[in-house]
Ligand binder design. Structure first.
Ligand code: ADP
Length: 585
């Protein structure tokens, strides 16, 4: 069964493909869908966490501003009388000072009259100078209209600052405006101190999209515009960060007055878990694919192996081997098929035996009368029955030829039947092949003369010992030589030579006759095969000689081959095992 894994088998490949289509592709698809869904769920989870964080931080920022705004929301009726008297300017100065002192974030607090003139000023570091007109400031204008005001970030030596302003009311009337400069350092520090996981961070931008920070973050300096990043966050949640130049998962939240909080979480941390899960899924899918392929191989082997056995069995039958049946033990229909095949082999064997028996009996029965006819015709031709006319001689000669051919056929059939029934006895002994050829040379002289052929035998001077059956060897050489005579041209030559090689002693019988066309060379050792040229030439033959010769050579453990060129001649060669030099008597 092992060879099935290494050799090509179209059926196995089909079964594998089927398994792949039915099992592996769905597994891949499922794995892929799981990965995609997992990825989506994970992205969603990350966004949820980021938005939670942003919400919490929004509250912090909002509380920061609304607390300060609450402080700046001054109402005259709520103040103590002592604070307002004796002069209006004094209560403003005192209040400005009190407010500034109370909150570390206040860098400076101004009170401004509705006309836009500063009425009081309290600074962290007093700057002196006259009180100014600030009626052009948007902070003043907004607060005077009754609205609280939060400006944009600007930087001073202390860090990021922002201006807030609020109307001062007496009842419903705006009687003053309070403007405060707020130091954002504390707020920013508190925001940047917060971490999301190990590496996530929070960034604040003001209403113009300016980065609010106390120091540079990556390549972004405090006060630099990050509008593009804020816009990008509307499009995507995963991108290359400008703060850390790594891929991040980001989210933003727009706060009061158009300020924005941004959270960024490097993917290296965010995707650690999902990467592990992804790897596990890939490993599981790959393992199940391998499993499918392995099972498919086993399954294919289970199907293909018995079929291969049947195929091998059929080939053995084709080669004439009816002995070895097929053994399949799969416990299913294939096993039944194997049994049926073996039974069929037995049936075929029986048929073969019957055929051989028939051929043998028919040939045997035909040989006796044919031999008798041959004898009588010879006797008549030799004049034993008295004188007869020339025409009768002619007829009898033709009848004799036909009878000779019939006898040859009968003898060949008998030989084949014997061979197939395993009845040919081969007794291999060491013998000098030169002597076998010498005897044949004598016997074929008359035939050679008819066609005026010359035979040249390159006879070695020393004995050439081969392992062969003396009678069968003569038959073999005789067949090659008679063919070389028969299929030679008038006055042609026949050359017999030997070679000693590793395979043994090789004998070549070459003629210069009409040769065998390439297209027919593969068939001439087949039973009854005669080339078209041989059939059309009118030369007698059965097409069984070479078949029997090959069989005999192989039985003597030799091999046979030939080279032939149409119109130029053929060289038939056969090898026989070398014998030792001690000849049997
Ligand atoms: P047969 O000679 O009785 O026809 P063989 O089995 O001896 O049968 O030869 C088979 C065929 O091979 C011949 O009919 C002939 O076509 C071809 N053949 C055999 N020997 C030669 C040869 N020496 N030259 C050309 N053709 C040959």
């Amino acid at each position: 069964m092992k060879h099935l894994f290494f050799f090509t088998s179209p059926l196995r490949d089909k079964i594998l493909s089927l398994f792949l289509v039915l099992a592996a592709i769905p597994a891949l698809l499922l794995g892929w869908i799981t990965l995609v869904l997992l990825d989506q769920a994970h992205r969603q989870d990350v966004l949820v966490i980021e938005h939670e964080t942003l919400r919490a931080k929004e509250e912090e920022v909002t509380t920061f501003f609304s607390d300060l705004m609450g402080v700046l929301d001054v109402r005259l009726e709520a103040l103590d009388a002592a604070e307002i008297t004796p002069g209006i300017d004094q209560w403003q100065s005192r209040l400005a000072e009190a407010l500034r002192a109370e909150h570390d974030e206040f860098v400076e607090v101004l009170f401004v009259s509705p006309e836009g003139k500063e009425t009081a000023r309290a600074s962290r570091t007093p700057r002196g100078g006259p009180l100014l007109y600030v009626s052009d400031l948007p902070a003043f204008k907004t607060a005077l209209s009754g609205m609280p005001y939060i400006g944009s970030v600007y930087y001073t030596a202390t860090g990021p600052n922002v201006v807030m302003a609020s109307p001062v009311r007496a009842g419903e009337e705006v009687v003053q405006v309070v403007i405060a400069e707020i130091d954002l350092s504390l707020l920013v520090r508190s925001l940047t101190a917060h971490r999301l996981g190990e590496t996530g961070y929070i960034v604040l931008a003001d209403n113009r999209g300016v980065y609010v920070g106390t120091e540079s973050f990556g390549s972004v300096k405090p006060g630099e515009h990050i509008v593009a990043l804020i816009a990008q966050l509307d499009e995507t949640d995963r991108y290359e960060s400008i703060f850390s130049t790594t891929a991040v998962a980001g989210a933003k939240r727009v706060l009061l007055a158009g300020w924005t909080l941004i959270v960024e979480w490097p993917l290296a941390e965010v995707d650690t878990i999902i990467d592990d899960i992804r790897e596990q899924i890939i490993v599981v899918v790959a393992a199940s694919m391998l499993g499918v392929v392995f099972v498919a191989f086993l399954f294919a082997a289970r199907i293909v192996y018995p079929i291969r056995s049947l195929e091998a069995g059929a080939r053995r039958i084709e080669q004439g081997d009816f002995e070895s049946g097929v053994f399949i033990s799969t416990g299913d229909e294939l096993e039944e098929l194997g049994k049926a095949f073996s039974a069929m082999t037995k049936g075929l064997k029986r048929l073969q035996e019957l055929k051989n028996e028939f051929v043998f009996i028919a040939a045997h029965e035909l040989r006796a009368p044919t031999t008798v006819i041959k004898g009588y015709i010879s006797m008549i031709l030799e004049g034993d029955a008295g004188k007869f006319s020339g025409t009768l001689r002619e007829y009898l000669t033709e009848a004799n030829k036909a009878n000779e051919q019939l006898l040859q056929l009968v003898n060949d059939l008998l030989e084949i039947a014997r061979s197939e029934a395993g009845k040919i006895q081969i007794q291999v002994v060491p013998l000098d092949i030169r002597e076998s050829i010498d005897t044949i040379r004598e016997g074929i002289k008359p035939l050679m003369q008819e066609k005026r052929l010359t035979l040249s035998y390159e006879r070695p001077t020393h004995a050439l010992i081969v392992q062969a059956d003396a009678v069968r060897l003569k038959e073999v050489i005789m067949n090659f030589v008679t063919n070389a005579i028969k299929y030679n041209r008038e006055r042609g030559t026949i050359t017999i030579s030997h070679e000693t090689k590793d395979v043994g002693v090789v004998t070549h019988i070459a003629d210069v006759g009409f040769g065998i066309p390439k297209s027919e060379q593969g068939k001439i050792f087949e039973k009854f095969y005669r080339t078209a040229a041989a059939r059309e030439s009118g030369l007698q033959g059965t097409g069984l000689g070479l078949f029997i010769t090959k069989e005999l050579i192989e039985r003597m453990e030799g091999t046979v081959w030939f080279h032939s060129e149409e119109g130029k001649g053929s060289t038939f060669s056969f090898s026989l095992p070398k014998g030792n030099d001690t000849l049997s008597s």
